[in-house]
Write a protein that binds this ligand. Structure first.
Ligand code: FES
Length: 154
């Protein structure tokens, strides 16, 4: 059999090409491919974010009405190459955190209202706390201040 020939497994129906493509995609994106039926959802980006001095972000609430709902998570920008997320709580309260796994710096994806690391499987709640190891510490939190019209992160 030539090395470029595509073979199919009779037991699982997944071709060698599919597996190789998945492995290459994982290498490019830095995340593992989840073959289960629960697909990882990407985290939406906040609209109308203004970058302020000192690396802060100002998020207008009028442009992001989903933040009125408790448990909404939005990416507001990047700090030193790491995505920064804003999560809405109750009563106009918010939490912001750096979206980088505290185990070994893996990327996080939103799945079933949890942040999952594709490298070794750590899971964090939307409050940033570790739910499943190997990570031991919560996601780095970032200062937040809210007014009636906007949220400032940083
Ligand atoms: S880097 Fe996230 S679990 Fe290891």
């Amino acid at each position: 059999m030539a090395s470029s020939e595509i073979t199919h497994s009779p037991t699982d129906g997944i071709s060698r090409r599919t597996l190789v493509c998945g492995a290459l995609l994982a290498a490019v994106t830095g995340s593992a491919i989840n073959m289960s039926s629960a697909a990882a959802a990407s985290i939406p980006t906040a609209k109308g974010v203004k970058k302020l001095a000192g690396g802060k972000f100002q998020v207008p609430l009028a442009s992001n009405p989903t933040l009125k709902k408790v448990g909404t998570i939005l990416i507001v920008g990047e700090s030193k190459g790491v995505p920064v997320a804003l999560v809405s709580g109750s009563g106009n309260s918010f939490k912001a955190m750096a979206l980088i796994c505290t185990h070994a710096g893996g990327p996080l994806e939103l799945m079933d209202k949890q942040l999952v690391c594709g490298w070794h499987g750590s899971v964090f709640g939307l409050d940033g706390k570790v739910k499943i190891s190997p990570a031991k510490t919560a996601l780095p939190s970032i200062k937040v201040s809210a007014s009636a019209t906007s949220v400032t992160v940083g």
